[in-house]
Design a binder for this molecule. Structure first.
Ligand code: N01
Length: 867
């Protein structure tokens, strides 16, 4: 430790908190040669596990996954006794690690940080302890846990109760005796549900005051046998990898099936298996849509409610214990004999929604219905989560703005990656708001955060960068993504502490990153690999390399939302399409990217004849009186995959916005139907529309063709066919990042061969399935760019994407159309990726593209009408 000229201690980093995250942060930075001081309010290490000593406290992630993974030695030297370790064992483990790494020498216990202020002049932090001591550090790192600010509701008369009062999160060190006492527990979250069965065994009488009944599943705890321990240890590298790239930080994940696909009997069998298996996510992982679809969710919720009915003998009590919120939208809970506890004679249950607590009295709790005399009251009432612990310190960034004010008490919560927030340079939050933390196995999240921060500090030091800070744009973007992801699930539909809804007056909003630890890791790593894009910094006076200073957030680069989607797709671990069979590739479901389908006046499915068979079309009609102009639309998918559902959302949007009937065509796919079947089907569909115009409310003089990717290719080819075969006169061709040439010899192929959704290898796979032979590729009905003459074709819109191997061939086609005298509107969406047109659920750029296309169609239809 050094002292500055005013004799104030100077550290490279100050870390607040000596729980799992603070300890590892200390170790990592110290090993890298930095001077670090940890301040901890408690008397010893442990964080959450130091404070939460209530009876029954144990972890709800399996012990073998709930430990540090960074050290082989630590992994080898520690053995867990049971599947879900109890608090004393977890605390022993933390002590063992602290001893092994000799961490205590840099921790000051019984010292609470009261305030931290960023000094803009010196580019460092002044940190003040509650006892008045001042220290400074370049980096200020909070490792204070997401659930450390305990919540005791402000009941009237709280101080008048003469008996004992405890909060589960601030449990005393000495044993609390319940023997023969009348005990009241308020709260039935994870803490209450763990404590209630244990307390009931000892208490004279236990009264549970329940506000919201919970879904709880049996932990099925048991001692570990030697074989499990041996196998886990032997395969730990693989297990670690699985955990790091998973959804919740454990080595398994959801099944790829919908709950609605199975028969009720099969679902029952699945849920029963999950129930017997135990595990925090067992039930949720049975299907992939329990967290997303109300009907799917209800199947799991009903199963648990039925279990409650079976387990609790008294029907009235059972009824009170039945939850109705969406299962999994509060933290899932594991218990040992929780519901069975209500069969005991000494346990009663008070529904405080039906009879709210009015006040605490001298002798107990008074509800609107009765007085409950008690000797002990236990508050299992949870925490002011995520933002609460940060707001307990007076943290001030640039211009002396406090974090609490910047975030408007949490209403304006904004971070980048949940790690940093603009205006607070060189401050890092470990497992803080808008990170996956509380939604995951904390240990996996903690290690990832600590390692990212340590690497970042190394980078800053190496390149002499100072005042490292998230940009406003980056944190705006990140916060939007957190909210958008949460909105895609049922998480935001329930009042929970995830939403801040448990604390009176706390602004409501989803507090964590719900995209999963695997995706999160990929995003964080990518930001680092891009030289910490999304952050700004200043050069130290003695530094030279100005190129390292970032000024914006992906400014001249890929669109951040598109980047996010790419990482999301990467995190699914889906093999490249060309490794699959066409049948398997067709099973990929991208509907979430498309968003919620909007209403149109009418949707009709029909079949139409084509040479040698029939195909389906879906007809979208807009509101109003026909006849309407029409757009015959061809979906993308390399002529091999894709269907009417893939483009359902953009077709609806186009119908509404362009005021036209959209006929979406399910042409036959390759390799079952090779070139030129798709093109011939596409052409037959246009002829059918022209011939049957009256029956589908279409004006035959105003028919346009359009499509995206391979569908764009088909639209261009149909325009050529119509010209050459004397077919219907087409009003317009709408070509969205079209395939126009069987060649890979363009700059866009060379610059974007992979990493941007559509890859060169996938395109090769598509072409190979589509074409009968190489010669077919030279046919203008496969490669319209090779057509000798493009004159006389309908006016065109050509939209391309900056990060797309097909960009240049689309633009080359636009240029040739123009040269041939065809009116062309050509737009490149710089930051976008292939496929963006059907991703309006997640990309603002898709809305822009669809709106542009709709306007262009409208204009084209008007021109024809007024001719
Ligand atoms: O807190 P909670 P917790 N009047 O907020 C009720 C982790 N954890 O300490 O649901 C009356 O979940 C509240 O009612 P309601 C885990 O992540 C892990 O139990 O808001 N009641 C609820 O019943 C967990 O999710 C383990 O209507 C009031 C209860 O108090 C998180 O910590 C063990 C009330 C609070 O439940 C928090 O769990 C324990 C009021 N004014 C905890 N205010 C492991 O197993 C609140 N309640 C690792």
């Amino acid at each position: 430790m050094a002292l500055n000229h005013q004799n104030v201690p100077v550290f490279d980093a100050v870390v607040v908190g000596a729980g799992f995250s603070g300890l590892y942060m200390l170790h990592r930075l110290r090993e890298a040669g930095y001077s670090v001081r940890v301040y901890e309010a408690a008397e010893d290490v442990g964080g959450t596990w130091y404070w939460n000593r209530y009876p029954g406290a144990r972890c709800d992630i399996e012990s073998i996954y709930y430990n540090y993974t960074f050290s082989e030695e630590i992994l080898n030297e520690w053995t867990w006794s049971s599947r879900y370790a109890e608090q004393p064992e977890i605390l022993s483990y933390i002590n063992f690690v602290a001893d092994k790494l000799d961490l205590r020498r840099d921790i000051q216990f019984k010292n609470r940080v009261a305030a931290a202020r960023y000094d803009e002049h010196n580019r460092n932090w002044e940190i003040r302890l509650e006892n008045g001591t001042l220290v400074t550090a370049e980096y200020f790192i909070t490792a204070i846990g997401a659930l450390s600010a305990s919540n005791i509701p402000k009941f009237k008369g709280l101080d008048s109760f003469k008996g004992e009062m405890y909060h589960t999160g601030r449990w005393p060190h000495e044993k609390v005796s319940f023997s023969g006492k009348r005990v009241g527990v308020i709260g039935t979250g994870s803490s209450g549900i763990q404590a209630i069965p244990v307390i009931a065994k000892e208490a004279g009488h236990l009264t549970v005051f329940q506000r919201t009944p919970q879904y709880s599943c049996p932990a099925q705890n048991h001692p570990y046998d030697t074989e499990v321990k041996f196998k886990t240890r032997e395969n730990y590298d693989e297990i670690k990898q699985l955990m790091q790239y998973s959804m919740h930080g454990i080595p398994s994940g959801p099944q790829l099936r919908s709950a609605l696909e199975d028969t009720p009997e099969e679902r029952e069998r699945q849920y029963e298996e999950a129930w017997q298996e135990g595990g925090l996510f067992s039930m949720l992982y049975r299907y992939n849509d329990i967290h997303r679809l109300p009907e799917a969710n209800e199947t799991a919720a009903a199963f648990i409610r039925n279990k409650i009915k079976q387990l609790v003998h008294n029907p009235e009590k059972a009824q009170k214990l039945m939850p109705t919120y969406y299962y999994g939208t509060k933290r899932p809970i594991l218990d040992t004999d929780y519901y069975e506890t209500y069969n005991r004679d000494n346990v009663s249950l008070v529904d405080i929604k039906a009879e709210p607590i009015e006040e605490m009295t001298l002798n107990g709790i008074r509800t609107t219905e009765a007085d409950y005399e008690l000797d002990v009251i236990i508050f299992a009432t949870g925490f002011d989560a995520m933002t609460g612990p940060l707001f307990k310190m007076d943290i001030r960034g640039k211009n002396d703005v406090s974090l609490k004010d910047k975030w408007a008490d949490g209403a304006e919560l904004k971070t980048f990656l949940g790690l940093a927030t603009s205006g607070f340079p060189n401050m890092f939050m470990l497992t803080g708001p808008q990170s996956p933390s509380v939604l995951s196995n904390m240990l996996i999240s903690i290690e990832q955060h600590v390692e990212w921060v340590a690497d970042c500090i190394d980078y800053l030091r190496k390149h002499r960068l100072e005042a490292f800070e998230a940009t406003v744009e980056a944190e705006e973007f990140w916060s939007q993504q957190c909210h958008a992801l949460a909105e895609m699930s049922l998480l935001t539909k329930t009042d929970s502490w995830y939403m801040g809804a448990n604390i009176e007056g706390k602004p409501r909003g989803f507090l964590a990153f719900p995209g999963g630890v695997g995706l999160y890791r990929l995003l964080c790593d990518d930001v680092a690999a891009r030289g910490y894009e999304g952050f700004t910094s200043s050069l130290a006076p003695n530094a030279t390399d100005k190129g390292l200073v970032k000024e914006g957030f992906f400014k001249k680069n890929i669109d951040p939302q598109a980047w996010f989607i790419l990482k999301q797709l990467e995190s699914t671990g889906m093999p490249p399409m060309e490794m699959l069979t066409p049948e398997l590739a067709r099973m990929a479901d991208f509907r979430l990217l498309a968003g919620v389908p909007e209403e149109v006046q009418k949707v009709e499915n029909r079949t139409i004849p084509v040479a040698g068979g029939e195909i389906s079309v879906r007809i979208y009609s807009p509101a109003g009186e026909g006849p309407f102009p029409a757009l015959v639309y061809y979906h993308g998918g390399g002529w091999v995959i894709g269907n009417l559902d893939t483009v359902d959302v953009p077709c609806r949007m186009l119908a509404n916005r362009a005021g036209c009937v959209v006929i979406s065509v399910d042409y036959r796919l390759a390799p079952e139907h090779k070139f030129p079947t798709a093109a011939e089907d596409a052409y037959a569909a246009v002829e059918w529309v022209a011939e049957h115009a009256a029956s589908i409310g279409v004006d035959p003089e105003r028919i346009a063709v359009g499509g995206d990717s391979a569908g764009g290719n088909l639209a261009a080819v149909v325009a050529l066919m119509a010209r050459e075969q004397g077919g219907p006169t087409l009003a317009y061709q709408m070509l969205i990042y079209p395939v126009t040439n069987h060649s890979y010899d363009t700059d866009s192929y060379r610059n974007n061969p992979e990493g941007y959704f559509l890859t060169k290898n996938t395109m090769v796979w598509f072409w190979n399935h589509y074409l009968g032979d190489e010669q077919d590729g030279q046919n203008p009905y496969a490669s319209p760019l090779l057509a000798k003459d493009l004159s006389g074709l309908p006016p065109a819109l050509v939209i391309t994407a900056g990060f797309d191997p097909l960009r240049d061939e689309g633009e080359a086609y636009a240029a040739r159309l123009k040269a041939a005298g065809v009116p062309v509107e050509a737009t490149r969406y710089d930051g976008m990726i292939h496929g963006f047109f059907w991703m309006p659920g997640v990309l603002a750029g898709a809305h822009d593209g669809i709106n542009q296309a709709a306007n262009a169609l409208k204009q084209a239809f008007n021109i024809v009408k007024t001719k």
